[in-house]
Write a protein that binds this ligand. Structure first.
Ligand SMILES: [Zn+2]
Length: 80
């Protein structure tokens, strides 16, 4: 298991995912669809980890992706 949760690549992925979800407020995406739509299929595991982190952050909630899998959505609350 990778324990280096604070590497630059991980935080970059997390910020990319966060921005993506904010731009599509209220729409949930699972890691597979998000990876495909952001053309980062090879980073799917990292995106999954980023989504897992984001569900614990204010303003993000679990949601049902269009494909039926459980994903994450931006609730639109706690805007900065
Ligand atoms: Zn999906």
């Amino acid at each position: 298991m990778a324990q280096a949760s604070s590497s630059p690549a991980d935080s970059l992925t997390e910020s990319t995912v966060r921005q993506w979800l904010r731009e599509r407020r209220g729409v949930a995406f699972c890691c597979a669809c998000l990876a495909a739509q952001t053309h980062q299929a090879s980073d799917r595991a990292r995106i999954a980890a980023a989504l897992n982190v984001l569900t614990k952050r204010p303003g993000f909630l679990p949601g049902r992706c269009a494909c039926g899998a459980v994903g994450v959505r931006c609730s639109g609350e706690h805007q900065q």
